[in-house]
Design a protein around this ligand. Structure first.
Ligand SMILES: Nc1nc2c(ncn2[C@@H]2O[C@H](COP(=O)(O)OP(=O)(O)OP(=O)(O)O)[C@@H](O)[C@H]2O)c(=O)[nH]1
Ligand SMILES: [Mg+2]
Length: 366
């Protein structure tokens, strides 16, 4: 029996009012499981759930129209309402450099404040972009909200001597890191996808990509693709690597893939990240990330999603399933692929061919 009928029967058994039944009924662009998860993730208003389900169902229909040989994959962004102009430029960029040839769906996760007018504007400006909007709950979890004033004070104190981890004062930035670290994988729209390509509103592809990157990943059995490696800010990862070392030891992760070789504090700059969805939905990652999340370091110290996911890749993916997209020209905030040798020194970018030669020197670090 399908979800819709079983739900209807349940309501009839409970003697609930028909109006309610009809209301919930019309939500059934989503399955019962989708609905439960959407509500659990904090979206409870009827009209918002309905809108989310409608987009979800359009998205699934769109994927279902793909030929068998095309991978069930998508591109996604997290949209910041205040930077909608930048987002529009980003959409035009990915469309013209890649997606006009390959037509993958683009998921735009957003907060409630992203108005219908802005959504229409995105669609009007980029009518062939295949946009699917998904509202997310972007609030700070209660346990952290209560402690935020304390967290802020501690952060400033930790940083000391006037130096502070960048973006540390911005609580929303930490909520963004938490979303990118794992909450995104709890979104029903990612279910059954093979690969997901994350880009940010300030990500720019600098030349045309003439092949299907998702099919490429699939053909090579790859799990993680990147373009830029950089040194992380050590002030922003206080206690993170130590916590991971403890996790590795306690969980006897002796056969870790390349974690023990990976040079601290390098990270894949994951504002460009093509990854296997099943990797980040796996039991290994789920267990690992709930350990880190429960430590509270994302809010307490502003642990970034980039170090967290880089470490996870080094723990759970073997090097031959990690791919450097050497051929994709890319820029994010001055860090680019291929790296500009003159700038490598200035902006802490690392030559991808020399990752394992890197030696951390605290005196030379920012
Ligand atoms: N909805 C929402 N999205 C956000 C928020 N902050 C950041 N984002 C999005 O998350 C992505 C990454 O944010 P950035 O601020 O560019 O983070 P970053 O790249 O680490 O920082 P920069 O080096 O300053 O670019 C972008 O696509 C932003 O639009 C926020 O408060 N709300
Ligand atoms: Mg950015």
């Amino acid at each position: 029996m399908n979800d819709m009928n079983s739900q209807l029967l349940k309501y009839q058994r409970d003697g609930r009012h028909n109006l309610n039944v009809e209301k919930e009924f019309s939500l059934y662009n989503c399955s019962e499981t989708d609905l439960k998860r959407i509500k659990r993730n904090g979206i409870v208003q009827y009209s918002l759930i309905e809108e989310k389900c409608e987009e979800l169902s359009k998205f699934r229909r769109y994927l279902a129209s793909f030929p068998k040989e095309k991978s069930d994959s998508a591109i996604y962004y997290l949209v910041k309402t205040e930077r909608s102009e930048m987002m529009i430029d980003g959409l035009i960029n990915i469309y013209s450099r890649f997606n006009k040839k390959f037509n993958y769906p683009i998921i735009l996760f957003h907060e409630q404040k992203l108005s219908q007018q802005l959504k229409d504007e995105f669609r009007n400006i980029c009518p062939k972009c295949n946009l699917f909007f998904q509202l997310i709950n972007f609030t700070v979890p209660t346990q952290y909200k209560r402690n935020l004033p304390l967290i802020d004070k501690l952060l400033v104190k930790d940083a000391g001597k006037g130096r502070i981890c960048s973006r540390a004062e911005d609580v929303n930035y930490r909520t963004m890191c938490r979303f990118q670290s794992f909450l995104v994988y709890e979104e029903p729209i990612l279910d059954h996808l093979e690969y997901i390509w994350r880009l940010d509103d300030d990500s720019r592809i600098l030349s045309d990509i003439n092949y299907d990157v998702f099919n490429f990943m699939r053909a090579k059995k790859l799990l993680y693709g990147w373009t830029v490696v950089t040194q992380d800010e050590v002030l922003c990862v206080k206690n993170l690597w130590e916590a991971v070392n403890l996790y590795v030891e306690v969980n006897l992760l002796n056969r870790t893939c390349f974690f023990h070789k990976w040079p601290y504090p390098l990270i894949f700059m994951n504002n460009f990240e093509i990854s296997s969805v099943s990797l980040f939905k796996s039991d290994s990652y789920t267990k690992f990330i709930s350990y880190l999340d429960n430590l509270g370091g994302i809010y307490r110290y502003r642990w970034g999603d980039a170090p967290i996911k880089t470490i996870a890749v080094s723990l759970f993916v073997s090097l031959n399933q990690v791919h450097y997209f050497e051929d994709i020209e890319y820029n994010h905030g001055g860090m680019r692929n291929p790296p500009d040798p003159k700038r490598v020194q200035i902006n802490w970018q690392i030559d991808p061919k020399k990752i394992f030669d890197f030696k951390f020197n605290p005196k030379k670090h920012f």
